[in-house]
Design a protein around this ligand. Structure first.
Ligand code: GRF
Length: 214
């Protein structure tokens, strides 16, 4: 059975789209069980509905963080979510949700953490003048982009880049990195060892030979 994955968004949802596309192409063996936005006008909600994925807005305005997260948990549980993927979800999560889904929440960040955490990864890296940036997929803890790192992919800055070309190339990289991290999680290849996330070898790529030669 395919693992039910919930995706939380706030805006455009291009990363959500990459997950949808890979599930439909059969290269990502999961089922998107629901999409939740904290903004009613998030385009990602339309993307989900177009693919018959349950999509709901749970607005945060007028609620405490705990109240808001309890509502999210109710929806996640009603859809049987086993993994929660933050794909451009622009709110910090508290222990209310993180305890309920302990070790089962991942996020994509558009910079090479621990550099440039926060909401403006592309702008901050660009304005700093770095020569190499990239994206990071990590487990989520209560800090701002501080959880254990699953994978990172680099995005070198080219001499003729503008912030926009840098961002567009970066997004294309994100669209491969996030599904890859979900694939690793859902095929049980991630082991957390303190701050380090060990990626176990793909059994399908092993030769099946045992023993060793000298
Ligand atoms: C991405 O750059 C993601 O890394 C960041 O927010 C952006 C969301 O883009 N957290 P989209 O909504 O997936 O298009």
């Amino acid at each position: 059975m395919k693992i039910p994955v919930a995706v939380l968004i706030t805006g455009s949802g291009s990363n959500l789209q990459s997950i949808i596309d890979q599930t439909e192409a059969g290269t990502l063996p999961v089922r998107i069980c629901c999409v939740i936005s904290n903004k009613p006008d998030a385009f990602g909600l339309e993307r989900a509905r177009k693919h018959d994925i349950p999509a709901v807005c749970i607005a945060s305005s007028g609620k405490t963080r705990d109240e808001h997260e309890k509502e999210i948990i109710a929806v996640l549980e009603s859809h049987g979510a086993e993994l929660v993927v933050l794909a451009g979800y622009m709110r910090l999560l508290s222990s209310v949700l993180l305890e309920r889904f302990k070790g089962r929440v991942i996020n994509i960040h558009p910079a090479l953490l621990p550099s440039f955490p926060g909401t403006h990864g592309y702008e901050d890296a660009w304005n700093y003048g770095v020569k190499v940036s990239g994206c990071t997929v990590h487990f989520v803890d209560e800090g701002c982009d501080t959880g254990a790192i699953i994978l990172q992919v680099v995005n070198p800055i080219e001499p003729d880049d503008t912030l926009e070309t840098f961002r567009q190339r970066g997004l294309a990289i994100e669209h491969q990195a996030l599904p890859e991290a979900i694939r690793l999680y859902c095929t049980d290849r991630l082991r957390i060892d303190g701050r380090r996330v060990v990626v176990e070898p793909d059994p399908a790529e092993s030769t099946g030979r045992t023993g060793c030669t000298g």
